[in-house]
Write a protein that binds this ligand. Structure first.
Ligand code: ADP
Ligand code: F6P
Length: 324
């Protein structure tokens, strides 16, 4: 069957995430397999506006699947919300003969793709964010690596916390979402898990649980705090004052976003990249790729953006019960 487009491009936008390179590699290779020309746009929408557009061949993605970050670079580009800027970007794409664009990023990046679709560019989004905060998909590229990186770091903090009989508050990323915190809370066996979706700002509960645990002879207390709640350092000062237990805050920060992607991130990113190219070949536009109930699926961007993501109640309840 004849492809609906001849030339496509790929860009990464928003925060980088481990596995983005696996997706880029899959897009380039699948495009070539399907007889398309493929270009890379550097530094997200900002690079598009600066016409940082390069041809991509098979060799350009060799030796990249194991690398963290994004070989294309990424950026935030606030002016892309403006109608005339979006129109200019679509004109640039057309002047390079680009008919289809794959955008790897989060919800914000999808809105940019939606705008380009309105201006006649066929667009497909792929979920690339460590935060797992995209409603239409059970999986986002980078989450698995980030959560494993955070888990390993927290294990290390726990060693020193136990040795000194301290309380440790460890802050993990996730923007306004608590998925990294929830997963680490379970995987690291934390005593308290604080996530923005459920936090009641009642520190007295935490203080009571530290005092009760100490009475039972527990020598450390690990609190996983999500970035969306934040204030870990001042929280540590207040908890130390109220409990008498030495308390330290550790903010894991950007180390969670870097590093070589896990097999899961490489695999799903590869499948999603190829899936996005197939959609463009079929003439589809304004779609996003997701992974739901064991299958790769796609949705209209508008429909996807209207979906709301909730922390699964069962997972949260069990996480709390196990932390006791
Ligand atoms: P993410 O894609 O991870 O959600 P951001 O929210 O920072 O990250 O969005 C990434 C980029 O997408 C922004 O810097 C901007 O260029 C573009 N973008 C965000 N929101 C919109 C919007 N409403 N309309 C058009 N483009 C947008
Ligand atoms: O979206 C990924 C993420 O790392 C969030 O967890 C965090 O809130 C944000 O990006 C930080 O963004 P920046 O790189 O702009 O500081």
């Amino acid at each position: 069957m004849k492809n609906s487009v001849e030339t496509i491009a790929v860009l990464t936008s928003g925060g980088d995430a481990p596995g983005m390179n696996a997706a880029i590699r899959a897009i380039v290779r699948k495009a070539i397999v399907n007889g398309l020309k493929v270009k890379g746009i550097k530094k997200g929408y900002a690079g598009l506006l600066n016409e940082e557009i390069i041809d991509m061949e098979k060799k350009d993605v060799s030796d990249t699947i194991q690398r963290g970050g994004t070989i294309l670079g990424t950026a935030r580009c606030p002016e892309f919300k403006e109608e005339e800027v979006q129109e200019k970007a679509a004109q640039i794409l057309k002047s390079y003969g680009i008919e289809g664009l794959v955008v790897i990023g989060g919800d914000g990046s999808y809105r940019g793709a939606q705008a380009l679709a309105r201006h006649g560019i066929n667009t497909v989004g792929i979920p690339g964010t460590i935060d797992l905060d995209i409603a239409c998909t059970d999986y986002t590229i980078g989450f698995d690596t980030a959560v494993n990186t955070a888990m390993q770091a927290i294990d290390k903090v726990r060693d020193t916390s136990s040795s000194h009989e301290r309380c440790s508050i460890i802050e993990v990323m996730g923007r306004n979402a608590g998925y990294i915190a929830l997963w680490c809370g379970v995987a690291n066996g934390a005593e308290d898990i604080l996530i923005p979706e459920k936090y009641d700002f009642n520190e007295q509960n935490i203080i009571n649980s530290i005092i009760a645990n100490r009475k039972r002879g527990k020598t450390h207390h690990i609190i996983i705090n999500a970035e969306g709640i934040g204030h870990s350092t001042s929280m540590a000062r207040r908890i130390e004052a109220a409990t008498g237990m030495e308390t330290r805050a550790t903010i894991l920060g950007y180390m969670q976003r870097g590093g070589s992607p896990t097999a899961t991130d490489r695999f799903y990113a590869s499948m999603m990249g190829a899936y996005a190219v197939e959609l463009l070949c079929e003439g589809k536009t304004k779609r996003v790729v997701g992974y739901r109930n064991g299958e790769f699926v796609d949705y209209d961007i508008e429909e996807a953006l209207a979906m709301e993501k909730q922390i699964p109640e069962y997972q949260y309840r069990i996480a709390r019960e196990l932390s006791m």
